[in-house]
Ligand binder design. Sequence first.
Ligand code: FES
Length: 119
Amino acid sequence: MLQRRLVCTVDELPPGTMRLIDAGKFGVGVYNVGGALYAIVNYCPHEGAPLCRGLLGGTNETVPGEPGRLRRARDGQIMRCPWHNWEFDVTTGRNVADPRRRVRTYHVDVTDGKVYLTA
Ligand code: FES
């Protein structure tokens, strides 16, 4: 049964950061991506690694950035699994290489300056 629980205050989860919450069987990572909040399960569907312990970055594709420079696509919203580097988009739960594969996502909301996770 889903339960709404307090994660932290909005100030404690600035853009580019994640909070790992003890929720469900594996835990849930709550992310701030450019001011928007998302949550994914801390479990990689490949072989069960703690996905949210991986690195947060962009894809290996590059897109135009500052004049004369390239930057990684979807920077700050791609979780790279710590075991075998599968990549998942935090905002959708979808695998970057194969969007048919995905991890579970959860609802996050803000009330009175506090972040809540429903998981
Ligand atoms: S367990 Fe995540 S990529 Fe293998």
